[in-house]
Design a protein around this ligand. Sequence first.
Ligand SMILES: O=C(O)CCC(=O)C(=O)O
Ligand SMILES: [Fe+2]
Length: 195
Amino acid sequence: MHQNSLFDTTDPQHPIDDAEGGVRYLPGVFDRDWCERLFEVLWHQAEWNSQQRMMYERLVEVPRRMASYRLDRERGRLPPMLEETAQRIGERLAAPFNSVGLNLYRDGRDSVAPHNDKLHDLAPRQPIAVLSLGATRRMTIRAKRAPHTQWHMELEAGSLVVMSHASQHHYDHGIPKSPGVVDPRISIALRVRHS
Ligand SMILES: O=C(O)CCC(=O)C(=O)O
Ligand SMILES: [Fe+2]
């Protein structure tokens, strides 16, 4: 029996389902030309930060660069092409996205550890959408509950991963290090925040 109406599917592009759509992979949402132009714009114009976090009582640098914007309050700060991209994704998914998080993985040594997106500030039942640009990187999704089933998705430029709010309670996602990857990747995470 499946608990919480969450269940595995056999469709690699829709590995997890739930009442809010589960986790879906949508390839080819933006074409190659759009992705290359947007990558260039963000590479040069985004306000990239490096962040630090505590690990084993030491302050370590997070192995990727990040930037974040509000769509509702910071119109002038956003590169117009990013704003247009976010608007198109919002229309496609019928979601009132108001926040944009950018991640820059300079090469395969950059990564994000398995985590679920923090829900306290996110509107219930609204999806999280991640657009990929640049190098293809693998996303690993892992059930929090034993036996910790895992799924792997190769995130191509122009694709969207759409994760339900509900899925964040039951699954972690991450971008593991990929030593063979020498090219950079940028991801654009769209969310609906309460505040
Ligand atoms: O880069 C990605 O595809 C995932 C990013 C992510 O999980 C996040 O920003 O919370
Ligand atoms: Fe995340």
